[in-house]
Design a protein. Structure first.
Length: 311
């Protein structure tokens, strides 16, 4: 459930999804400028009470630059993460008795011992952090959360992760990708290129995003401007101006095999870019079936199948 100032309220949408589904576990964007921790905790607790269902929380430093401008938000990158760290820690302590309150909270000095929305283990949210900058890495470890980010081609990503995990052994990550899966490779590429044609606007957007303060967005924009493609891994959608993550393009077997390689590097979940048409759901489901039936159980133990379900 994405959040910005121009979308439907994330909690209204989440409640609607829970009321009209039986298995989906929403991933809700949480931004400090949108609601304080006590409001978010009360929302999570209320949904658990009303629906008997859990939601997961994706901690995000803020909205897009246009929204920041509207809100008069002028915090620097590091200060945004300072605020998000206290927000996330406060939120965890409100929802879980096992988590100690923040020490000397500056922004949210609640009476934590009197304010609890404690949930049973089955209804506690999983926490994710959006981003892979050094600040985001540290925050993910501090909150024992999983960092969502855009991947890079397999060889470079393997090197990046090995270097990162030598320095931060407890770092955990999940990937955000788009998928174009079809029965044949040629059909998949035909659909992908027709859906995401390169445009001048897309190139200009990529150029400016290559200078972004967002580390994952900057790295992806640079790869797109270099026209990087490695087997099913494709950055072309970025240059259309319609997507800001890599796309994996190919047959169910090709895409499942590539995801299996990312999984071996420690990927714990996938955040899949919005499908465009009913066929996308059908072919992605076929690919996910292959990913889980062809992989030994031990290898998939840390990649939660629920995170990969599509409606």
């Amino acid at each position: 459930m994405y959040h910005n100032l121009h979308t439907l309220n994330v909690w209204s949408v989440t409640s609607h999804v829970l009321a009209h589904s039986s298995k989906l576990r929403p991933l809700v964007a949480v931004q400090p400028h949108a609601a304080p921790p006590v409001t978010v905790a009360q929302q999570v607790w209320s949904l658990a009470e009303l629906h008997g269902r859990a939601v997961d929380l994706n901690l995000v430093t803020g909205s897009n630059p246009q929204d920041f401008q509207i809100l008069g938000e002028h915090l620097e990158h590091g200060d945004l993460y300072v605020r998000l760290a206290e927000h996330g820690h406060a939120l965890q302590s409100l929802l879980d008795d096992r988590v100690s309150p923040p020490v000397r909270p500056a922004l949210y000095p609640y009476a934590f011992e009197k304010l609890k929305y404690t949930l049973p283990a089955s209804l506690r949210p999983n926490f994710y952090v959006a981003g892979i900058s050094s600040d985001a890495q540290k925050l993910g470890i501090q909150l024992r959360a999983v960092n969502f980010t855009n991947p890079e081609p397999l060889a470079g990503w393997s090197l990046f992760l090995s270097t990162l995990q030598e320095r931060l052994p407890t770092f955990r990550h999940a990937l955000r990708v788009g998928l174009v899966v079809r029965p044949t490779e040629s059909e998949a590429w035909q659909v992908a290129r027709a859906r995401f044609p390169t445009s001048n606007k897309g190139k200009v957007d990529a150029f400016f995003r290559s200078r972004s303060t967002s580390e994952w967005l900057k790295r992806s924009a640079i790869l797109a401007l270099q026209n990087v493609q490695d087997g099913p891994f494709w950055m072309g959608a970025f240059l259309s101006g319609q997507a800001h993550c890599p796309y994996l393009v190919g047959t169910p077997h090709q895409v499942a095999e590539l995801l299996r390689q990312y999984q071996k590097l420690g990927c714990e979940a996938l955040l899949i870019d919005t499908p465009f048409e009913p066929q996308d759901f059908e072919h992605v489901e076929a690919m996910l079936d292959l990913l889980f039936t062809k992989t030994p159980q031990v290898a998939v133990a840390n990649m939660n199948h629920q995170n990969l379900e599509v409606p």
